[in-house]
Ligand binder design. Structure first.
Ligand SMILES: Cc1cc2nc3c(=O)[nH]c(=O)nc-3n(C[C@H](O)[C@H](O)[C@H](O)COP(=O)(O)O)c2cc1C
Length: 384
């Protein structure tokens, strides 16, 4: 029988993904002081029961002031570990690896949630929020607060905070770490000439602009066991002239690989424009070519993301070698059982088996489920 690429396993160090579909990190804006609560458990239960290959918990701050919004999760103190352990247990019951995206929001920190306009909290009446940090004292957008430019001690502190957050994630039982290097947050701000005007060895040349990301990557790699994969989400290109180019991201991916990063999650944009939304024109699979080129030229595993919504589309991306994994956000929000739907559409011989047994058992015995198969129970059995 023809192999379905989407349903072949994938391994990244000690983590094995039963299929190639991964829940993309998605901020929920529902945390209090960075703690996981019932909302996060319910949100993730939808996917854990839906047979995904893996999942990445939303952008989680490595320092309190590195939160995008007041409702963001955090791993800046030990008291936050317990909630993440509950999330890990939720997925592990179904043998699904779970990671967390750790990050620092830089000059885009201290902003309102999307449904409240995603503006700077400092501009509310009365002003709220907290002071922000960045490579240079340049506001994210007109009218936004001017962040403080980090000094060398501040950079070293944040690198250490990344390592400490990664250590807490491992203590919580999470299987992998994703470093948030995308979407105009702190690591991306250092990389992009549009936000970084420094004249020290963290600014100017590509080597200097990439230094912070590489230091954070190295510190995390050193902080977690060898069996724990460390991934990096990149904004592969900036949306504006003078910003990060795909050539630079290919180069960065090679250097990340050299310091022990295992996969690049290929997103884009965010250095300018609205905080919670990319201004890039979205067409189906618009970021897939980034994942393909980085995978080919840097020899690192990649994850493709962005308007991947169909089974055949996802299958093609994996089958043609553009990416090793597919991250899905909104389609999984729309249909947490997408993986099952995809299995059926692609002719998986036992589609129900992608779901937990408590669900699969009954679906396997439903006549309409796999019309191509002979029913496994005698006609009329359901009526008895
Ligand atoms: C509600 C929501 C929250 C998001 N939060 C994050 C986040 O925490 N970190 C991140 O890197 N991307 C975040 N994103 C972007 C998604 O991970 C994904 O890259 C994007 O939605 C494109 O994929 P899609 O077309 O499958 O939704 C978020 C997207 C949504 C819809």
């Amino acid at each position: 029988m023809r192999e379905i690429s989407l349903f072949t396993p994938f391994s990244s160090r000690g983590a094995t993904f039963a299929n190639r579909i991964v829940v993309s990190p998605m901020c929920q804006y529902r945390a209090l002081d960075g703690h996981v609560n019932a909302w996060h458990l319910a949100h993730h239960a939808r996917f854990a029961l839906g047979g995904v290959g893996g999942a990445v918990i939303e952008a989680t701050a490595v320092e309190r002031d590195g939160r995008i919004s007041e409702g963001c999760l955090g791993l800046w103190n030990d008291a936050q570990i317990g909630g993440f352990r509950q999330l890990a247990d939720l997925y592990h019951e179904h043998a699904i690896p779970l990671g967390v995206q750790i990050g620092h929001a830089g000059r885009k920190a201290s902003s309102a949630s999307p449904w409240d306009g995603a503006g700077a909290l400092a501009n509310e009446t009365p002003p709220r929020g907290w002071p922000t940090l960045a490579p240079s004292a340049l506001a994210h957008a007109e009218g936004w607060p001017i962040p403080a430019a980090l000094d060398a001690a501040g950079i070293a502190r944040i690198v250490a905070s990344f390592a400490a957050a990664a250590r807490r994630a491992v203590e919580a039982g999470l299987d992998f770490i994703e470093l948030h290097g995308a979407h105009g947050y702190l690591l991306h701000e250092f990389l992009s000439p549009l936000a970084n005007r420094r004249t020290d060895h963290y600014g100017g040349s590509f080597d200097n602009r990439a230094r912070f990301a590489l230091e954070a990557a190295q510190a995390i790699r050193a902080a977690v066991p060898d069996t724990v994969p460390v991934w990096y989400r990149a904004s592969c290109v900036d949306e504006s002239a003078g910003g990060v180019t795909l050539d630079e991201t290919v180069e960065l991916a090679g250097r990340l690989k050299a310091v022990g990063i295992d996969l690049v999650d290929c997103s884009s944009g965010g250095i300018r424009g609205p905080v919670a939304r990319s201004t890039r024109a979205e067409t189906p699979g618009h970021q897939v070519p980034f994942a393909g080129r980085i995978r080919r030229e840097s020899g690192i595993a990649t994850m493709a993301v962005g308007l991947i919504t169909g089974a055949a589309q996802a299958e093609r991306i994996i089958g043609e070698g553009s990416a090793d994994l597919i991250a899905m956000g909104r389609e999984l929000l729309a249909d947490p059982n997408f993986v099952y739907r995809a299995a059926r559409e692609l002719g998986h011989p036992a589609a129900h088996e992608v779901l937990p047994r408590n669900i699969a058992f009954f679906l396997a015995r439903r006549n309409i489920e796999t019309p191509m198969q002979t029913p496994t129970h005698p006609a009329g059995a359901a009526a008895k």
